[in-house]
Design a protein around this ligand. Sequence first.
Ligand code: GLY
Length: 276
Amino acid sequence: MDVLIAHGGASHREDLRKIVEKYAFNAIEEENALNAVIKAVMLMEDDPEFNAGTGSNMRVDGSIQMDAAVMVPGDFGAVINIEYVKNPVLVARDVMLRSPHMILAGDGALKFARKLGYEYYDPSTEEAIKRRERVLQKLKNGEIPSYYHPQFLAEFLGDTVGAVARINGEFAAAVSTGGTSLTLRGRVGDSPIIGAGIYCGKKGAVVATGIGEEIMRRMLSFRIYNRIGEKCLEEICREEIEKFGDIPVGVIAISDEDVCAISNRSMPYAIVKTQR
Ligand code: GLY
């Protein structure tokens, strides 16, 4: 049985679940796990409703800097703070498959992408511009006392998109994000950090979503991966998420026998299965 789980971000609109499901069904048709998770993430990057690729959040200074990563057992590729490309997840894949490196950042990532033929693309949308304006207005009014303020999180997080899959017994994971609106240029979240926002090995695959700083602090994806086999995946993920208290977080995870999608906020997700 092949399985793919996709999510559209913690603290994101529950009504996007049907769309995530459509993309997941489309993606599981791919011939292997890596292509399947990349396809699921690409479809969400291309949909401006999600905070990745087109529709990504803007930083306080108005720039859009995107993070993405892919992982299979024994290999990893990521881009950090890449600008002006359509699909960061594809560049992350090419860092893994076509460069001697694991992570490329900033202008180096962009130069690498251009060398491979990725064309200039502006991922900004009217909606993202309005979101940033609302953040700036609230900052001006002193209405956002903290990065962790529940109102800010509910209104502006939108967060990451991601997918994990097991196809023909092989695992893969992919993730992509525009980060959060209330951040400085240059800020890096959990998504492109191996073991924090993403992990994949012989036992399974895990992808996280939520406040990147807190996910990194806890090495959430590796922590869950490391516990695979200890008890049922749902229980493991629930225990790890409970440690975040009220801080928004979600994970999707898959092992040989088990699947799990869980968040302490609304999180549109889909678990799709197929028998080849
Ligand atoms: N979870 C995405 C980020 O914090 O950037």
